[in-house]
Design a binder for this molecule. Structure first.
Ligand code: KG4
Ligand code: ZN
Length: 342
């Protein structure tokens, strides 16, 4: 059977990034462009949904045009449209899906609705041929999940978070320490200044399963700051600018998160012994320290370890194009009136 050749345009707007990518059956990823709203949300210490959807509304057309131009294509060359349909911020999802539905509908083209989390789960496949089954740790600002990935489009959730997502915990601890937003990169930098030493031994998650919980860790950091007399619980303010303390807290927090990931991944590898690779994806996978710790585990287990380049760890449309492409090949198209889920 020969696969028909086609060109696909993918659009992602589930949170605070608007992104577009052009993907072709022969040449794979032709282009991807993105506009990140981080600067708009910085002063609030997190994403403000209303601001996110308004910005998408303004930026989406320009980003799609940029991606098409970079691929040297026009809308006339697009055969299939793919768009993130879930999960995410409702207002943000509605901008991307409505825009894409209008394009596909008015041009009589096929449409694929892509799950953002499936996008992350396969994001490491954009640059690597990963053997199945592989164990995939996804950690981003909104999600923390451990998946068993057995084929394109086939993955099972082994564990997820009971409360905060891992990236959210980085952002909340950074906010507590008045470090700025997003918290992950700043915490990593401060922790590096003190060589990733574990000063305060925050409690590791003792659950005997593959579920995660980061809210307790965040609270442990908070109460440790209160105990040290440097945080006012009533006013919710840090009472010190001591950079050494901020470095030590950041480092202790980061080493604790890394231990939690390594612990859960080890447990999953023991529960099912047929994994052929480990992948680490999502915004938190930009963290070189955590990557290194998971790499060490993979080496101990004689398994190859894959993680996307940072541009494909955080939200992007290339991963949506990748999933949209194999869904199209599997004939998984959606009607124009598909629902968004948030
Ligand atoms: O994947 P992503 O762009 O957004 C969601 O889909 O949610 O991830 C953003 C998250 C933020 O919480 C940010 O603090 C975290 O990824 N992050 C990091 C690092 N870079 C970004 N966390 C830890 N270390 C990093 N270097
Ligand atoms: Zn994401």
């Amino acid at each position: 059977m020969t696969t028909p050749s086609y060109t696909l345009l993918a659009i992602e707007t589930s949170c605070d990034e608007v992104a577009a990518a052009v993907y072709n059956t022969e040449k794979k990823l032709l282009s991807h462009r993105l506009y990140s709203q981080t600067e708009h949300h910085k002063r609030f210490g997190g994403v403000v949904p209303e601001i996110a959807s308004r910005s998408h509304m303004i930026k989406i057309n320009g980003i799609v045009e940029e991606a098409l131009k970079a691929a040297d294509y026009t809308l006339d060359d697009i055969d299939i449209y793919a768009v993130t349909s879930k999960p995410g911020l409702l207002g943000s999802l509605l901008i991307g899906t409505s825009f894409t539905k209008a394009l596909a509908g008015s041009r009589g083209k096929k449409l694929v609705a892509v799950d953002h989390l499936e996008g992350h789960a396969f994001s490491a496949c954009l640059e690597n041929d990963i053997p199945f089954p592989f164990l995939c740790m996804t950690a981003s600002g909104g999600h923390t999940s451990l998946y068993r990935v057995t084929d394109y489009g086939k993955f099972e959730t082994l564990g997820t978070t009971l409360d905060d997502a891992a990236g959210e915990a980085f952002d909340k601890v950074a906010k507590m320490l008045r470090l700025g937003y997003p918290g992950g990169p700043i915490i990593e930098k401060l922790a590096g200044n003190v060589e990733f030493h574990d000063f305060f031994h925050y409690p590791r998650n003792k659950m005997n399963d593959l579920m995660f919980s980061f809210s307790g860790l965040k609270t442990a950091v908070l109460y440790d700051l209160v105990k040290k007399g440097v945080y006012d619980l009533q006013e919710k303010t840090l009472l010190t600018d001591d950079i050494t303390l901020k470095e030590q807290v950041s480092s202790s927090f980061l080493t604790c998160v890394a231990d939690i990931f390594v612990g859960k991944i080890s447990r999953a590898l023991v529960q099912q012994r047929d994994y052929r690779a480990i992948a680490f994806v999502g915004g938190v996978a930009c963290n070189k320290y955590i990557r290194g710790k998971i790499q060490e585990l993979a080496t101990r287990k004689s398994l190859p370890f894959f993680t996307p380049s940072p541009q494909f760890c955080t939200d992007n449309a290339a991963m949506i194009a990748f999933v949209g492409h194999y869904m199209a090949q599997q004939g998984k198209f959606s009607p124009l009136d598909f629902e968004v889920l948030y």
